[in-house]
Design a protein around this ligand. Structure first.
Ligand code: SF4
Length: 202
């Protein structure tokens, strides 16, 4: 049976104009997802950070650059993935002159979920990689832990397999070089596994 036509991708202008929660008020701009519409792999982070907010692009800060590096080390080409966040406006609190990331509330995540669902409907990935607990919650709609998700065969309602792993920011927060190296290797292995799964699933 032929696949139903894909939905249109939400545009940055749509997200800039969104007022479904209050996060837009203190953000510079909305940050839409980015990548191939034909990607079999969708990677979902939590929320744009300070760099993403200023540049209007996802995964361009330190954690995002690391993720892009690790995707390359895992042999995953840019044409093979789509990158986005569960929440599209920067959530932050002041600390001195700095803007420090603040985990979005459940209400903010629920308000923003329509954008993520529209991206999933447009890209129709075979595998959705949830990067960290907040992304996993947004993708599954439940409070499942990363460990429990990894032990389960979870699927999104659109059919994609859900694969849970660390957020790359966890690597940056590692207490020493050994821990950092261990987490990086684990993340690369997970990205390879997710890509292999995406290439197998019909
Ligand atoms: S964070 Fe999401 S729901 Fe809130 S205003 Fe931005 S786009 Fe809309």
């Amino acid at each position: 049976m032929a696949k139903p036509p894909a939905e249109p991708l939400p545009q940055k202008s749509d997200i800039d104009a969104c007022r479904r929660c209050e996060l837009w008020e203190r953000a510079t701009q909305g940050v839409a997802g980015e990548g191939s519409r034909k990607a079999r792999l969708m990677l979902v982070g939590e929320v744009p950070g300070d760099d993403e907010d200023r540049q209007g692009k996802p995964f361009v800060g330190p954690a995002g650059k690391l993720l892009r590096q690790l995707l390359g080390e895992a042999g995953i080409e840019p044409a093979d993935f789509y990158l986005t966040n569960a929440v599209k406006h920067f959530s932050w609190e002041p600390r001195g002159k700095r803007r420090i990331h603040k985990t979005p509330t459940q209400r903010q995540m629920a308000a923003c979920n329509e954008w993520l669902e529209r991206e999933i409907g447009a890209v129709r990935p075979k595998v959705i990689v949830a990067l960290g607990a907040t992304a996993l919650r947004a993708v599954t709609g439940t409070r499942v832990t990363i460990a429990a998700a990894r032990a389960s065969d979870l699927h999104h309602s659109a059919g994609a397999r859900i694969f849970a792993t660390y957020h790359p920011a966890a690597v940056l927060r590692a207490p020493d070089d050994d821990a950092k190296e261990t987490l990086m290797r684990a993340l690369i292995d997970d990205l390879k596994r997710a890509a292999a799964l995406a290439s197998r699933v019909e």
